[in-house]
Write a protein that binds this ligand. Structure first.
Ligand SMILES: Cc1cc2nc3c(=O)[nH]c(=O)nc-3n(C[C@H](O)[C@H](O)[C@H](O)COP(=O)(O)OP(=O)(O)OC[C@H]3O[C@@H](n4cnc5c(N)ncnc54)[C@H](O)[C@@H]3O)c2cc1C
Ligand SMILES: *[C@@H]1O[C@H](CO)[C@@H](O)[C@H](O)[C@H]1NC(C)=O
Ligand SMILES: *[C@@H]1O[C@H](CO)[C@@H](O)[C@H](O)[C@H]1NC(C)=O
Ligand SMILES: *[C@@H]1O[C@H](CO)[C@@H](O)[C@H](O)[C@H]1NC(C)=O
Ligand SMILES: *[C@@H]1O[C@H](CO)[C@@H](O)[C@H](O)[C@H]1NC(C)=O
Ligand SMILES: *[C@@H]1O[C@H](CO)[C@@H](O)[C@H](O)[C@H]1NC(C)=O
Ligand SMILES: *[C@@H]1O[C@H](CO)[C@@H](O)[C@H](O)[C@H]1NC(C)=O
Ligand SMILES: *[C@@H]1O[C@H](CO)[C@@H](O)[C@H](O)[C@H]1NC(C)=O
Ligand SMILES: *[C@@H]1O[C@H](CO)[C@@H](O)[C@H](O)[C@H]1NC(C)=O
Length: 565
């Protein structure tokens, strides 16, 4: 088959189009490379330098093994992902992973096992300008090559990788600037704003905020992107209760839409796109080059932490979570956000002073003191304060690092205020949470909903965010040698586990941290905003150049999804 025939075949039979990929001549990629200033490069697996049979060792295997579970290494490496099944083709088993329990073990790479590209994009563009995105859209449309946008690779649903795709790697768009009188283009009202290049990660944004004595509301992980998928999918923070979700604070996006136009989206122009980018999800409506978000004055934080050693003492966990759920409505009204697991709860508050905080949190502090006087192992109560979010974050992030480098099925649920309204509903919720920990013990309760933040009805996340108090996540893990059936079972187990909460809550979940197979996902992620989002998707991306898994208006049958189970 000639290339012309192949392309025609591709247009007529998109399902088998992936095969035509191989027929794209080097000359087409060479032309693409020169259109993007020589910044096209091939995708390779993170651990390729560890393959014993490889003659050419271009990287440092020792370092990769030492940092296999490190999010810094993974987010700096184009072919690496934080949740590594998205480097693999789950459907075929094509992969190049190490053993996460022992990265020194080279059995996963020893023949007859092969090191294969799996879902890693074979080509990446190191994006420097909007022109790169325009060129990529043109190439994708002309040669039917699926596009993905990869920023940090934190995505839990594999939306930043795809087999046989071309990736736009936004990692090096690191500019940050602060304008105390930022006026969105075409508007007249000024507010303090920080403009973040698409590749900025939270640790850098927080350091920048500290140096300017301002607060940026962001996630609880160092290396999640500040302006990409986190923001466009909602963006929750321990400060969201009082200061809003990421999308509530977005002031402007600069974005290349699939027609190649570079657009400014804000409250005064391209309002439809502005609405879509404030919660419709990343990787769907365009390539965001930069996002400007609201900067608030520095806030001092009151912090209360209570914990004990055992992660498996159900009676103690029940007491901790009962204390939390029976006070949850009041604590939310009084400004607390935070995070809790089976044996620790951490709450932070930007509006109370230390006396007010001690009074408000007295039920939790009392519980902690009882643990201490009862000699419960590892019992601790900490009441302290920090002068800023950044100083708190450094303290928090030093101890709390999310699972990285381990394949996993994550599931989640938004828990409505109604579940906290009566002693009966509180008891049912605690029961549901404990039931969930049976199959997925690493359950995390995030007090990161904008429960006290009204919003202005111009964001597109599900409205359930505002009527919820908790965002609950749970995971099921597997290692490099899991079979396809094992993986399916892990997804099914995680999903069945969160069913304990699905049964007692409305359909609502956070798209960025949701079940890959979330039932009724349009309603769960976007509520009544879905129809409008779909119209906007069809307007800006009629050719489906930017589809991703369970994203607005996606086509599930496209070959780029062939590696999902
Ligand atoms: C360890 C860990 C901690 C987390 N903590 C939090 C948290 O505290 N709060 C929270 O809300 N979420 C959190 N998340 C979830 C996080 O919001 C999602 O993983 C999100 O998708 C990350 O976005 P990214 O741009 O960093 O990652 P990527 O995987 O690179 O991208 C994610 C999605 O966004 C798209 N995208 C990225 N950049 C752009 C762009 N410039 N333009 C258009 N589309 C783009 C991609 O195509 C993809 O669809 C966490 C995730 C992990 C793994
Ligand atoms: C793209 O061009 C640059 C500069 O000429 C070159 O170094 C690089 O290897 C090329 N990329 C590919 C994928 O050929
Ligand atoms: C490889 O990395 C290890 C660990 O980080 C380091 O000690 C070693 O010097 C590095 N080797 C080379 C050749 O760079
Ligand atoms: C980043 O900032 C520098 C210096 O202000 C500027 O020259 C460059 O164009 C900016 N890059 C992007 C992608 O905006
Ligand atoms: C931040 O606040 C400190 C202490 O009040 C002050 O010394 C510093 O100049 C301020 N920095 C900026 C950029 O405003
Ligand atoms: C928890 O599990 C028990 C025992 O299987 C069951 O009776 C109960 O209904 C479950 N409750 C919730 C809220 O899931
Ligand atoms: C948002 O919509 C709700 C419900 O329609 C309405 O009650 C509320 O007043 C609106 N808020 C704003 C700021 O427009
Ligand atoms: C998978 O690998 C781990 C170590 O890497 C090993 O302990 C386990 O037995 C293996 N499981 C199977 C089914 O081969
Ligand atoms: C799924 O759950 C069952 C029953 O709890 C358990 O036996 C099995 O090991 C789990 N499988 C995986 C892959 O987690």
């Amino acid at each position: 088959m000639s290339r012309q025939q192949a392309l025609l075949f591709c247009l007529l039979a998109p399902f088998t189009c992936a095969f035509t990929q191989a027929l794209l001549h080097n000359s087409e990629y060479a032309a693409l490379n020169s259109s993007v200033g020589g910044r096209l490069f091939k995708g390779t697996p993170l651990v390729l330098p560890c393959v014993p049979s490889k003659d050419i060792r271009t990287g440092n295997c020792t370092q990769i093994q030492a940092e296999y579970l490190d999010e810094g290494l993974r987010t700096n490496t184009p072919g690496a992902y934080v949740v590594p099944q998205w480097e693999t083709c789950q459907a075929t088993g094509a992969q190049c992973l190490l053993d996460y329990t022992d990265p020194l073990n080279l059995a996963p790479l020893t023949p007859p096992r092969e090191c294969l590209l799996g879902s890693i994009p074979p080509y990446f563009i190191d994006v420097q300008s909007e022109e790169d995105a325009r060129v990529a859209f043109e190439f994708s449309k002309r040669f039917q090559v699926p596009l993905v946008i990869k920023n940090t690779g934190h995505d839990y649903k594999g939306r930043s990788s795809a087999p046989h795709s071309l990736a736009l790697w936004t990692h090096n768009l690191k500019n940050i600037s602060y304008d105390s009188n930022f006026v969105p283009e075409g508007c007249s009202i000024a507010s303090a704003g920080v403009t973040l290049g698409a590749g900025v990660q939270w640790q850098d944004a927080y350091a920048f905020a500290e140096s300017h004595n301002i607060t940026l509301v962001g996630g609880s992980d160092k290396t999640v992107g500040a302006a990409g998928g986190w923001l466009q999918g909602g963006g929750h923070s321990m400060l969201s209760n009082t200061m809003g979700l990421g999308v509530d604070r977005a002031l402007q996006f600069k974005v290349v839409t699939p027609d190649g136009q570079y657009r400014v989206a804000n409250a005064c122009q391209n309002q439809d796109l502005f609405f879509a980018l404030r919660g419709g999800g990343g990787g769907t409506f365009g390539v965001v080059m930069e996002s400007t978000v609201l900067a608030s004055p520095q806030v001092s934080l009151q912090v209360v932490m209570v914990g004990f050693a055992s992660t498996t003492d159900t009676a103690l966990t029940r007491q901790l979570w009962s204390t939390m759920t029976s006070n949850a409505l009041q604590w939310a009204e009084e400004g607390w956000g935070g995070v809790a697991v089976a044996n620790v709860a951490i709450y932070i508050n930007p509006i109370l002073d230390s006396a007010g905080a001690a009074k408000s949190m007295s039920p939790l502090i009392e519980f902690g003191k009882q643990l201490q006087s009862g000699q419960v192992e590892g019992a601790q109560v900490i009441s302290t304060s920090f002068e800023s979010w950044g100083t708190f974050f450094d303290w928090f992030a030093a101890e709390n690092v999310a699972i990285t480098g381990v394949s996993l099925a994550l599931v989640s649920r938004l828990i409505p205020k109604a579940s906290f309204a009566t002693p009966e509903s509180q008891a049912e919720l605690v029961e549901g949470l404990l039931n969930t920990t049976i199959a997925t013990p690493r359950l995390i309760i995030l007090m990161t909903t904008p429960a006290s933040y009204p919003g202005d009805n111009t964001t597109s996340v599900t409205e359930a965010w505002r009527s919820s108090l908790y965002h609950v996540t749970a995971v099921s893990l597997w290692n490099w040698n899991a079979t396809k059936e094992d993986k399916k079972e892990a997804y099914a187990n995680a999903s069945a586990s969160i069913d304990n909460l699905r049964r007692i809550t409305p359909d609502a979940a956070y798209q960025n941290e949701a079940d890959v197979y979330e039932p009724n996902h349009e309603v769960s992620f976007w509520g009544s905003n879905y129809q409008r989002l779909l119209e906007i998707k069809n307007k800006y991306d009629p050719s489906h150049l930017l589809d991703c898994w369970n994203c607005v208006g996606w086509k599930p049958s496209a070959p780029q999804f062939s590696c999902y189970l």
